[in-house]
Design a protein around this ligand. Structure first.
Ligand code: GFB
Length: 316
């Protein structure tokens, strides 16, 4: 990418899209374009097509998606498959028809089988059944990967897919019903501390393991892969740091300064037991993560407290 190339970031207000915009701006890219949901509904094929016909972006980061944690994925199953299929298909097809030089599609580690051998390699895709709680989302993401591959093969496009592990950082969703575990626990533990509660309740047994990557690392990896012209293989993006949900909860209690007990609500689902990515393909290209989990948690917690304070001041 040249600094003046026109770069469209779809989903620029989300966790990943906002980090990609920050990263590109800091790196001196000056021609970044984006639209809010109100300005451009990516489910509307005609409007997406008109936007691409008018703007003809050189590069596209496709970070727009309907995302959420285990409860949200499992509850809004229809919305997760429909909205993701529509958004990604509209953007990928418009990029093909309007001459985008290269597009980066964001997948997810949940595309791999529920009981996948660990660490999970790119070639494990479609080798066994998926985890039920996020199957609709995973099926949509797999369709996006295959759409990119099929277009590259039939039309000679240059579209590449990246598979991030569980992400976190500023601009995450901290809603207790729909969020992922890390922001949910930051909020729960923070509120438990403020209310001087004796305990905090978390979902499931605490035994599943997850790998967490700070979104600034994710953005740097996305720009790195986008710049590897000619590299079209699907590629995993992870931190290499795996923790159990129990360990995560304990770490967050420590960062927040909450001394109460952790209670496990085993009526809530655990989801996939483990999803640790093999990132050797990306590491061999020359990229590695920078943010350690403890540091990333401290930074994200500070961000959360600051935004909360600003919001409560605005209400007053
Ligand atoms: O992050 P999370 O919602 O999604 O949950 P997944 C991870 C683990 O944390 C599960 C437990 O075992 C949850 O039961 N957990 C404990 C909690 N307390 C909480 C809580 O308060 N809130 C939440 N949300 N979880 C998602 C997929 O799977 O990961 C998506 O549904 C996507 O499709 C995303 O792939 C990265 O890691 O299980």
């Amino acid at each position: 990418m040249n600094k003046m190339d026109k770069i469209y970031v779809a989903g620029h207000r989300g966790l990943v899209g906002s980090a990609i915009v920050r990263h590109l701006s800091n790196a001196g890219y000056t021609n970044i374009i984006y639209k809010t949901h109100a300005e451009l509904d990516l489910i509307d094929q005609q409007r997406v097509d008109s936007f691409f016909a008018q703007e003809r972006p050189d590069y596209v980061f496709l970070a727009a998606a309907k995302v959420g944690g285990i409860h949200s994925n499992n509850t809004y199953r229809g919305e997760f498959i429909y909205e993701n299929l529509m958004v990604q298909t509209n953007v990928i097809d418009a990029a093909r028809r309007h001459g985008t030089k290269r597009l980066l599609f964001l997948g997810s580690s949940c595309i791999y089988p529920r009981n996948c051998p660990q660490p999970m390699k790119e070639e494990h895709l479609l080798t066994a059944p998926l985890e039920y709680t996020n199957e609709p989302y995973a099926v949509a993401k797999i369709a996006g990967i295959k759409l990119c591959d099929a277009y590259n093969s039939q039309y000679g496009t240059d579209f590449v897919s990246v598979m991030p592990t569980n992400l976190y950082g500023p601009n995450d969703n901290f809603d207790l019903e729909t969020s992922h575990v890390l922001p949910a626990l930051i909020r729960k533990v923070h509120e438990a501390k403020l209310k001087k509660s004796p305990s905090v309740t978390i979902w499931g047994t605490g035994t599943p393991k997850r790998e967490f990557l700070h979104v600034d690392d994710m953005a740097s990896a996305c720009v790195f892969v986008m710049d590897k012209i000619g590299f079209q293989e699907m590629v995993n993006i992870g931190s290499g740091e795996e923790v159990s949900i129990r360990e995560l909860a304990e770490l967050i209690c420590d960062v927040v300064g909450f001394k109460g007990d952790i209670v496990y609500d085993s009526s809530k689902p655990d989801g996939t037991p483990r999803k640790f990515l093999d990132t050797s393909r990306l590491n061999n290209l020359g990229w590695s993560p920078q943010v350690k989990l403890r540091d990333g948690l401290e930074q994200t917690y500070q961000w959360f407290v600051k935004v909360n304070q600003e919001e409560s001041l605005a209400v007053v």
